[in-house]
Design a protein around this ligand. Structure first.
Ligand code: CP3
Length: 387
């Protein structure tokens, strides 16, 4: 029996937003039990985000927002009330899928990022942690000595975070190539800063003490994170992630020379390792406040650099060179402005980024308290753009 012959007829729903209309295919299931999503996975056109990163001709920049799932959404707050533990929300397959899909269902971004945290792998590396409301991440036994580093285990994702693979696989089916499913990991220096500082930090004095008085100990820790995060990216890709973002949020606490010693070589090692097994997987690098390091970021070998808002997009493009794609760089605070103000800032960023190789995004995550209607407006305007 031909599978195709027993499928229901495709239909499209038209969704009108401000100045344009787009057609979104509805999901339909074949009587043979094979979803068209599965059939389409073989022949489907690639998501816009992947085409844009690869420099193909696209009609507009793809758009997604860092922290697009989270506390600014009432639907997320409702889940928090029922499931107050962040670890539970981010480690239970059903909750991870539901939360990841919340912004997808409302805004149809071009990227659907897994709901998780950069710290999620830590227990699997023998580093217990929690995320406490009002306090942020807490590492129960911060690392400070060579003996502490010896106790850190290398990460085996399939053993410790099977829910991540399962959630990514479900997300791929749900999103059905209408957007790219995005995975993410923390970069070695940023993860090390949490586990050495014991949580978030203002002055990064503990990790700097370690870096500048016992560099070998820090290098040993960074190498364990490097091997583990390369494996974790491969695992995410094998289970459905179509692009992976590496967050080196705190790398910019380092001077350029120290970045070259404590972050750059490890990022490059991760990229080299992943590219050997997954040469077509786009890798995106984000570091907040990266203006002073910009020329060094492409040396990691990533495909996309995500800019925060302290760099002018046109200048950032020039400094990064034309080979690499850019993401960003709208100030998350813009989403507290009027709708006209938001529209103008989107147009300004897109114009400065120029045609192609640009993923429209914020320069950091959406801030708690951001009006959901302004986020909706951001997506409407962004998806209505044409080059
Ligand atoms: O973008 C997304 O929608 C995916 C979800 C995501 C989360 N954390 C969920 C989360 C992503 C990509 C992250 C990455 C992350 N986590 C980073 C890198 C990005 C950045 O902000 O620079 C960092 C540094 C962390 C560590 C971390 N986790 C911090 C500093 C906090 C905030 C603490 C707080 O209470 O505000 C978290 C908790 C966290 N991770 C929240 C979310 C939505 C907020 C807590 C909650 O929702 O209960």
């Amino acid at each position: 029996m031909s599978i195709m012959s027993s499928c229901s007829i495709p239909s499209f729903s038209s969704i009108s937003v401000s100045n344009f209309t787009y057609r979104r295919p509805n999901r339909f299931i074949c009587s043979a039990g094979v979803s068209v999503a599965e059939l389409k996975a073989v022949s489907a056109t690639e998501p816009l985000l992947l085409n844009a990163v690869r420099g193909e001709d696209v009609e507009r920049p793809p758009v997604w927002l860092m922290r697009q799932a989270g506390r600014y959404m009432k639907s997320y707050q409702a889940i928090c009330e029922k499931h107050p533990s962040f670890r539970e929300r981010s480690e239970n397959v059903d909750l991870v899928v539901e939360i990841s899909l919340q912004p997808w269902k409302v805004f149809q971004p071009d990227g659907v990022i897994l709901f998780s945290d950069i710290l999620t792998p830590l227990p699997g590396m023998n580093i217990p942690f929690d995320i406490v409301k009002g306090k942020g991440p807490i590492i129960f036994d911060p690392i400070s000595t060579a003996a502490d580093v010896d106790k850190v285990r290398e990460f085996t994702p399939e053993e410790w975070v099977p829910y991540v693979g399962e959630a990514l696989t479900i997300l791929r089916k749900e999103v059905n190539n209408e957007a790219a499913v995005l995975g993410f990991v923390g970069a070695p220096f940023t993860l090390a800063s949490y586990v050495v500082e014991g949580g978030s930090s203002k002055h990064f004095s503990k990790i700097k003490r370690l870096a500048f008085s016992q560099p070998k100990v820090l290098h040993a820790l960074l190498q364990k994170f490097t091997t583990s995060m390369a494996k974790y990216i491969q695992y995410q890709a094998d289970n459905g992630a179509q692009a992976v973002q590496i967050f080196d949020s705190w790398a910019t606490e380092l001077s350029p020379a120290d970045f070259e010693e404590f972050s750059l070589p490890y990022l490059k090692q991760i990229v080299d390792t992943v590219k050997r097994t997954h040469p077509n997987l786009p890798l995106i690098l984000y570091a907040s406040g990266s203006g002073g390091l910009l020329e060094r970021l492409p040396l990691t070998g990533v495909d996309v650099v995500s800019l925060d808002w302290t760099v002018d997009m046109a200048e950032g493009r020039k400094r990064l060179g034309s080979d690499i794609a850019v993401q960003g760089n709208v100030d998350p605070g813009v989403l507290f402005g009027s709708k006209d103000f938001i529209t103008n800032r989107i147009h300004d960023t897109v114009k400065k980024a120029g045609k192609g190789k640009h993923i429209l995004n914020l320069g950091h995550g959406i801030v708690v308290g951001t009006p959901e209607e302004n986020v909706a407006h951001f997506f409407e305007v962004a998806k209505g753009l044409r080059y």
